[in-house]
Design a protein around this ligand. Structure first.
Ligand code: GYE
Length: 306
């Protein structure tokens, strides 16, 4: 172990390779699909994957990574729950000669030699796509548009970047106002709770921008419980496009979804193979994604795998 990456030992046979993966948690439909896809891809490739679920806690991820270092796995991959605070443990991996791959989320370390490659979406771009739809949807009127934002996990790359991209786009027209912005921690329960409180403090909101489908689905429950019609009385824009989200979009309860693909398994296996072969994978690999309107969701749903 600990000698992947083109050392004099040369590549290992795939069935001798051991990869340690530290997952964020099981907070959303996206995360569950991501875990299933990664585990299936490693199984198909015949590469052993040690897997641990950090339950959305950074300390658990750091423990898992330290344990992988101790076990001298060949490669460590992880999806960092928040952006900051990784330098110490990543330096430990580096000192042990174990290459690290970031999947899905970024770290904010200044030293980019602490990881080999970062595979995942462009979250700023996703936020911009959500903002573009909002601008287009309200282009016919000068009336104020009151927006509430359901943020993802505080300090997580997708929460920071999706807020930034969205604010950039809607900021160009001051008829748009974000009247409330709170974290729902990327969970359905969180989205529901925040929306319940929101409907009391800001009953006149026009639109909810949720950083993921699950929080949007929680918002739908709260809106319906308040006797309002989601998608009409209050419009909803989300990110992910998992099956439950797509169903709500097709049903008219969500108005627009920006896709974020959780299917990172095959590309992660490719990166692992390249490292094992002594090659240098690309430093940044961006996932390809689209967007869905209600009509497009009706069409895409029958073939949606997750
Ligand atoms: O959008 C959300 C999940 O990091 C892209 O995490 C991922 C996000 C995803 O909980 O549903």
């Amino acid at each position: 172990g600990g000698n992947a990456g083109g050392t004099s030992d040369g590549p290992k046979a795939l069935d001798e390779l051991v990869v340690g993966f530290s997952q964020v948690g099981a907070e959303s439909g996206w995360r569950t699909a991501n875990t299933t896809d990664i585990q299936a891809a490693f199984k198909d490739a015949g590469i052993e994957l040690k897997f641990s679920d950090a339950q959305q806690k950074q300390e658990n991820q750091i423990k898992a990574i330290r344990s992988y270092i101790q076990q001298q796995v060949d490669i460590i991959a992880f999806s960092p729950v928040v952006e900051s605070g990784w330098d110490a443990v990543l330096n430990e991996a580096k000192a042990a000669g174990i290459p690290v791959v970031l999947t899905d989320r970024a770290v904010d370390s200044a030293d980019d030699s602490l990881y080999v490659s970062f595979l995942g979406s462009d979250f700023v771009e996703e936020g911009k796509k959500a903002g573009d739809w909002v601008v287009e949807e309200y282009s016919g009127s000068d009336d104020d548009v009151k927006i509430a934002q359901l943020e993802g996990t505080t300090g997580a790359a997708p929460a920071i970047d999706r807020a930034e991209g969205f604010a950039d786009v809607i900021g160009a027209d001051d008829k748009f106002e974000i009247v409330a912005s709170q974290t729902g921690d990327f969970t359905r329960a969180g989205g529901k709770q925040v929306t319940e409180a929101l409907l009391k403090s800001n009953p006149d909101i026009d639109l909810i921008y949720a950083h993921n489908d699950d929080m949007g689905l929680g918002a739908i429950e709260a809106i319906e419980a308040a006797g309002l019609t989601p998608g009409e009385d209050i419009k909803i824009v989300t990110v992910d496009a998992v099956k439950d989200g797509m169903q709500a979009l097709a049903d008219g309860k969500i108005n627009f979804i920006v896709e974020c693909s959780p299917l990172l398994g095959a590309q992660l296996v490719d990166i692992v193979k390249q490292i094992n072969d002594g090659e240098t994978p690309e430093k940044r690999i961006i996932t390809e994604e689209t967007t869905f309107t209600q009509e497009q969701a009706v069409e895409a749903l029958p073939d949606r795998q997750y």
